[in-house]
Design a protein around this ligand. Structure first.
Ligand SMILES: Cc1cc2nc3c(=O)[nH]c(=O)nc-3n(C[C@H](O)[C@H](O)[C@H](O)COP(=O)(O)O)c2cc1C
Length: 400
């Protein structure tokens, strides 16, 4: 089988050097990559690097190898075009259909999915001109990854940083795997909770659970690749931030509730994949709880935590908002899941059987998605991203 053809467009931002790692990941995972830098990009990383790493010729202009008509051919033959970094200038050109170099011509002739990973100073990103260009590109079906927050070119920090190449690669992989031209969650805001809450007993101890956050992160990553604006409320997950996802870090169930309610206010869908503690210690000892000679330890009194899933399902922040819950069951999985779905009042409930091979922290999952309207969608054993895509298929169907 032919290798998937990827065009890596590189425009003239300081983050151009990070595109070398993205290129490496793409070639090493079996893609045929044609790098199309702009003339400005070559001020940052030279053509020799792109050519040697990709194994393909590199040019910036439409006037090289004219007999091959590269200004049309490269775009037409591509299975995916990813522009990383995408400068403010490149977003403007793409939004307005300019075609004054090889990359802008390629963007006009490509009929495959297109991903932009913008990187620039915060002021440039926030400027209404850039924001309108991004909105135009998204409306036309491009996936524009939100920049990350962090250190920028100089000593300043803010929003505008290129997400990590590994995470841009994940978006590319997802977009290629689905092969969709129109990202079906474009223009939607989705909230995903992930990880496991920790309820402190004293400054060094907590009651927690084994949730790794991998399923929630897979949901966030796949939603971003399908064009959504994603807020990920992450409880104690030690995983890299997915590209283009706003990550809000929390510790306890009460903090998770606050963050979810805030983000859900304008959300089209909320997926509660986090393992939220049902109970928390009634009291918190400000100093470490000590052993007392000859005495049994004091019992720990627990109080109930808020039921966030039931709360947001009963009191929807927006009409038509889709709410999805997760349930881990050990036995009588479907019957217990149905009862839980009714009790919580959400639209969809992803029911996992917890047991051997299906433990927390695994890379794979197996589940049944129960719907309030009686639907039942089994998801066979497979990567957590496959389950995530099934959830988004069902959510997107309801949003339509
Ligand atoms: C040191 C330096 C760093 C730059 N970094 C960025 C950047 O990160 N993002 C951006 O949009 N423009 C950046 N620019 C400005 C672009 O290079 C400039 O707008 C250029 O015209 C972009 O051309 P292109 O879009 O054809 O690559 C930078 C310029 C310089 C000199």
């Amino acid at each position: 089988m032919d290798k998937p053809k990827v065009v890596l467009g590189v425009s003239g931002g300081i983050a151009a050097y990070k595109a070398c790692e993205l290129l490496r990941r793409l070639t090493e995972s079996g893609h045929d990559v044609r790098v199309v830098p702009t003339a400005s990009a070559l001020h940052f990383v030279g053509a020799a690097t792109w050519s040697a790493l990709s194994g393909n010729p590199v040019s910036t202009e439409v006037w090289d190898a004219v007999h091959e008509v590269p200004h049309v051919r490269i775009g037409q033959q591509a299975d995916l075009v990813v522009v990383a970094p995408a400068t403010a200038d490149m977003l403007a050109k793409a939004a307005h259909g300019l075609a004054d170099d090889l990359l802008t011509n390629t963007l006009l002739t490509a009929r495959c999915p297109v991903v932009f990973a913008p990187a620039m100073h915060t002021e440039m990103w926030e400027h209404p001109a850039t924001q309108e260009n991004v909105a135009t590109l998204r409306r036309r079906g491009a996936v524009v990854i939100e920049p990350a927050v962090g250190r920028l070119t100089g000593v300043d920090t803010g929003k505008g940083r290129l997400p990590e190449p590994a995470e841009i690669f994940e978006v590319c992989r997802r977009v290629l795997a689905r092969g969709v031209r129109e990202p079906d969650l474009a223009g939607r805001h989705v909230v995903v909770s992930a990880g496991g809450t920790r309820e402190p007993l004293d400054p060094v101890r907590f009651l927690g659970n084994r949730s790794s956050g991998k399923q929630g992160y897979a949901l966030a990553r796949t939603a971003a690749a399908r064009g959504a604006r994603v807020t990920l409320v992450a409880a104690n997950a030690e995983l890299p931030d997915p590209a283009g996802v706003d990550v809000v870090r929390v510790g306890t169930a009460v903090q998770l509730r606050e963050a979810v309610l805030k983000a859900a206010a304008d959300a089209d869908a909320v997926v509660m994949a986090a393992a939220v503690a049902d109970f928390r210690p009634e009291t918190y000892a400000t100093g470490k709880i000590k052993k007392k000679d000859g005495q049994d330890p004091d019992p720990i009194v627990l109080v109930r935590n808020p039921d966030i899933l039931a709360e947001i399902s009963a009191d929807r922040a927006r009409p038509g908002q889709v709410i999805v819950g997760f349930a881990a069951e050990t036995d009588d999985v479907l019957a217990n899941g149905r009862r839980k779905l009714e009790r919580k009042g959400c639209d969809l409930l992803v029911v996992n059987e917890v047991g051997e091979r299906k433990t927390f922290g695994a890379e794979e999952n197996e589940a049944v998605v129960l719907a309030a309207d009686g639907g039942e969608t089994p998801v066979p054993h497979g990567p957590k991203e496959a389950l995530a895509d099934t959830v988004w298929d069902l959510v997107a169907g309801r949003l339509r």
